[in-house]
Design a protein around this ligand. Structure first.
Ligand SMILES: Nc1nc2c(ncn2[C@@H]2O[C@H](COP(=O)(O)OP(=O)(O)OP(=O)(O)O)[C@@H](O)[C@H]2O)c(=O)[nH]1
Ligand SMILES: [Mg+2]
Length: 212
């Protein structure tokens, strides 16, 4: 259980000042490691940008789209004034129509970022609750385990399935990650559309940047 204090603090932090800092298409553009970071990873169209907006109660902080592949750079957002931590919207993977050179660029950018970023305290790996963990996700989890970046699975779009189906996919997902060294065992189910799981996720982010 999360402590009520941390949950309340998380609510406050996420309703305070949050601003877009910069977009990094390559490693040279990464900001200095001034504060801790939490990054949002996941397949194209899984709902990373939408979840970032929902968490921060803003409609257009991160750009969302029906077209997979909208986000192609690492986008940095700053939380708190004075600055407390950063959120990073990562480009999505597994987009079938992506040209080979885009995929190659993505792999290098993400791998280098994950491996070289001491400020990155946790990655949130978003998984569509209708589909569960797929092969493309497994590659991402392997990359995180390999880079020893602590991560947590977040199920998205929970409003699209029945409660019984959600319970089943949560259980299957927990089983699938059980032996992964860098995985947090507890899974958070969310819906950006309905606001489900958002207080828990805000608390999880604050916990990761504070304790981690
Ligand atoms: N029903 C429902 N739809 C959602 C939810 N979250 C996102 N969507 C929709 O899913 C689509 C993709 O959302 P994005 O947030 O742009 O996805 P993304 O992961 O940032 O995609 P890329 O930037 O391409 O990697 C949009 O049409 C959203 O409206 C949700 O919780 N429920
Ligand atoms: Mg996006």
């Amino acid at each position: 259980m999360d402590s009520p204090d941390l949950t309340e603090e998380a609510r406050k932090v996420f309703s305070g000042p949050i601003t877009f800092l910069k977009s990094a298409p390559t490693l040279e553009y990464l900001p200095d490691m001034a504060v801790n970071e939490v990054a949002f990873a996941g397949r194209s169209n899984v709902g990373k940008s939408s979840l970032l907006n929902a968490l921060t109660n803003r409609n257009n902080l991160a750009r969302t789209s029906n077209t997979p592949g909208r986000t192609q750079e690492l986008n940095f957002f700053e939380v708190g004034e004075p600055l407390r931590f950063r959120l990073v919207d990562m480009p999505g993977y597994g987009y079938a129509k992506a040209p080979k050179d885009v995929v190659r660029k993505w792999k290098f950018l993400v791998n280098d970022y994950l491996r070289g970023r001491a400020a990155l305290k946790r990655a949130l790996v978003l998984i569509d609750s209708r589909h569960g963990i797929k092969e493309v996700d497994t590659d991402m989890l392997d990359m995180l385990d390999g880079a020893a970046v602590s991560y947590r699975i977040i199920l998205t779009k929970a409003d699209k399935i029945k409660a019984s189906e959600l319970a089943a996919v949560t259980e299957q997902t927990a089983l699938a990650i059980r032996k992964r060294p860098a995985a947090h065992p507890d899974i958070i189910a969310t819906s950006s559309e309905k606001g489900m799981g958002l207080p828990e996720l805000r608390t999880a982010v604050l916990e990761a940047v504070t304790i981690g």
